[in-house]
Every structure is written in C-alpha cells, then in structure tokens.
Design a protein around this ligand. Structure first.
Ligand code: TTP
Ligand code: MG
Length: 389
C-alpha cells in the first residue's frame, strides 16, 4: 500500500464515476409542489403526536437539530413551528423515475442506491469531461424538475459518494486521481462505506478515528485488530475501491415491519401482527417468484434497542405458515417478548432462491435425505451453529 502514498494507485486511473444525491429529497419535492412551504421548516414523517419517525427534514428544519430517523415527537419539541407532512412514496417514486431518465441521457451504466441517489459510470464518455456531465445533470434536474442535487465525481464509487456529501446542498465536488489520497487523509472513519455507529465506536476504542489513523498503520495491523474487514477498511481509507457500477442489482431480501401505536407486552398480539407480516412477506416472495431459506425476526423494544434473530434452513420455507411457525419459535425462545415492552416487530426473508431452482434442489435433497429438517442452522449472535445430528 506504500506505493499509493507516493504514486497514483493504478485502479484510480481506470474509471470515472459520478454519484448524484438529491438534496433533502422528500422535503424538497413537497416544497416544490406547495410554494407556501418555501423557506419554512418542513418535516416529512408522521404527525408530531404519532409514534413515527422523521424520514427527512428541509434544511431550514435541520437548523433546529431535526434529523432523519428521529422520533417525530422529538422533532416537534425541537421546532414546534415545523410543518409535518406524511410521506407520499408514490410521488417520490415517480420523481425518481424522471431523475433516472435524465441520467440515461449520459450513460446506460447506472446503479440506483435508493430513490434519491445513484452511481453513474461515465468512463466511456471520452468526448465530455465528467465535470461537464455532472453540471449538465444538476442543471437538467433544476430546470426540468425544479429540484436540487449534489454531485460527487471521482475515480471510484467510494470516493464519489463521499464527495457528493462533501458540499450540500447543490454542491459539486471533484476528486481527481491525484487528489484522492490527500482527500481521504482529512476524513473521519465514519465516512467509509460500512462504518456505522457500532463500528465507529469499536474503532474509537482502538484509537482509530480518522482515515489518517488507518493509513498510518500497516495493513497487517489493521487485519490483526479488525480481521478481514480491517483489510477492506485499510484499503478504503486510502481511497481504493474496486467495485464496478452494477446496473442489475439482484434483490437479497424482502422485509416488512410495523410500529405499534402503543408499546406491546401481550405475546398474543405480537404473534397476530407477526402472522400478518409473514403473510405479506410471503406474498412479496410469490410476486418475485422466489423463495427464502432464511427468516429473520426483528424486535425493537420500547427503549429503541433492536434485537434480530434468524433461522436458516438447507431447504426453502414452504409458505407463510411455515415462516410464521419459525418466527413464533424465535419470538418465544429468543426474545424478551412478554417481559419487555415492544415498539416494533419485523419479519424478513433472505437467502433467496428462484422458485424453479428451489424446486430442483428440493427434489435432489429429498432423495439424499428425507430428514431435511436435521440440517437446519440457526444464527445466534452472528455465529452459525449447526443443529444437525
Ligand atoms: P438522504 O439522501 O439520506 O437524505 P435527504 O435527501 O433527505 O437529504 P440530504 O440533502 O442530506 O441528502 O435520504 C433520501 C431520502 O430517503 C430522504 O429524503 C427520505 C428517505 N429517508 C428515510 O425515509 N429515512 C431515513 O432514515 C433516511 C436517512 C432517509
Ligand atoms: Mg439525499
């Protein structure tokens, strides 16, 4: 990795990536459609007296400390004058499609990350500078959709995404290959892809707060301290990311969750809601012509602490009843349901298999082993334990 410090890493000379992220997306769409809201603190989420959380807030509302994922009641306490608006997902999906149409004028290599952000690979656009494309996109979005976005341009996805967040709103930040290393030096580790609050705290306990701290240590030390993810983090801290822009993202999971209007301790009521969620997830799986080998139960207790428990099987789950039976077992055996109040429950399905693929596997496995249930595995605190014979 030392060569990176002196020379430009070869991977930084291979791609030109643009990351576009809309500014205060849901809020900006609502303000656009109701000019009376312009300049006012706007919060998208439930009503201030509901138990919902804030999806996003206009920049005016952010000056009061209101942030995404904050309880609406807290947002109301911070700014009683804020205007609270229910999200209109259909509308945002429609706007998101129009934004993608604008991207497509410049390249077919687009990887949407959510409704409001995407990576574009413009390596092949040899006759136009990436900066020019970034500015054209900002200008089209402003004139055609009356919305603003921030743009990051860099030799890879990691740096482009950090760059788009560097100057918001309506910013455009370019990090050319020769500036990547210096740019990364200045950043806190939290900016690296995959570093959430838990990893950030773990790194801080090891004295690692900035990318510069990671850069200062040999890769072997990072691996020794943090395992496999230490190597990725060490590389990322240098601004190296080899991931291509992926145009076809295959879905990895389907999930549904519900926040109760009142914290729940009654196990029967929890089970009733979980049964409903299993039915909805199973419907989603059928629509996508897929089946799952893992079901995960998510519980958020009244104190907002979250607990997930899952079961993975060698063979896919049959239907919503099969999933629900497993979820019921997880709830009763692996959570504090009934003893601690619960705010939210969720069910998700992962380890997806195409329906026909799972049919083929079911038949071949059935021939090998009629006691397939003995191959169930269970994930406990991240460790896979074989519950087999
Ligand atoms: P973000 O891009 O994270 O936020 P933003 O576009 O509102 O603001 P910024 O200018 O900082 O980019 O998320 C895009 C949209 O996704 C956001 O408008 C609402 C939704 N969202 C949620 O519903 N819940 C969340 O916790 C977050 C972070 C976003
Ligand atoms: Mg955004």
């Amino acid at each position: 990795m030392d060569s990176i410090k002196n020379d430009i890493h070869p991977s930084l000379l291979q791609r030109k990536i643009i990351h576009v992220d809309m500014d205060a997306f849901y809020a900006s769409v609502e303000v656009r459609d109701n000019p009376k809201l312009r300049g006012r603190p706007v919060v998208i989420g439930g009503s201030p007296h509901s138990r919902g959380v804030v999806c996003t807030a206009s920049y005016e509302a952010r000056t009061f400390g209101i942030r995404s994922a904050m309880a609406c009641s807290k947002a109301f306490r911070l700014c009683p004058d804020a205007i609270f608006i229910e999200p209109n997902f259909e509308k945002y999906t429609q706007v998101s499609r129009s934004i993608r149409d604008i991207f497509r004028r410049h390249t077919p290599i687009i990887e949407p990350l959510s409704l409001d952000e995407a990576f574009l690979d413009v390596t092949q656009n040899c006759d136009t500078y990436a900066v020019t494309i970034g500015k054209q996109i900002q200008s089209s979005i402003a004139t055609e959709l009356q919305l603003s976005c921030s743009v990051g341009i860099a030799p890879n996805k990691l740096v482009a995404k950090i760059a788009s967040d560097y100057r918001k709103p309506a910013g455009l930040t370019v990090v050319p290959p020769e500036k990547v290393f210096a740019f990364m030096q200045t950043l806190p580790v939290r900016q690296l892809f995959g570093v959430g609050p838990a990893t950030e705290a773990r790194l801080a306990r090891l004295g690692i707060r900035s990318c510069a701290d990671l850069i200062a240590m040999p890769a072997e030390t990072a691996e020794l301290l943090l395992g496999q993810s230490g190597l990725w983090l060490h590389q990322a801290a240098h601004g190296i990311d080899l991931r291509p822009v992926q145009t076809h993202r295959t879905r990895k999971s389907f999930g549904r969750e519900e926040t109760f209007s009142k914290d729940q301790t009654c196990v029967e009521k929890l089970l009733k809601e979980l049964e409903r969620l299993c039915t909805r997830v199973a419907e989603d799986l059928i629509k996508a012509q897929t089946r799952c080998r893992t079901v995960t139960l998510k519980i958020k207790y009244a104190d907002f602490s979250v607990n997930t428990r899952s079961t993975t099987r060698a063979l896919p789950f049959h239907d919503h009843r099969d999933m629900f039976e497993q979820v019921r077992t997880l709830l009763i055996e692996k959570t504090d349901a009934g003893q601690r109040a619960i705010r939210l429950v969720g069910v998700s399905a992962s380890h997806l298999m195409k329906a026909e693929e799972s049919e083929a596997q079911t038949h071949s496995t059935a021939r090998l082993n009629s006691n397939a249930h003995l191959f169930e595995t269970q994930t406990i605190d991240g460790w896979e334990t074989l519950l087999g014979p």
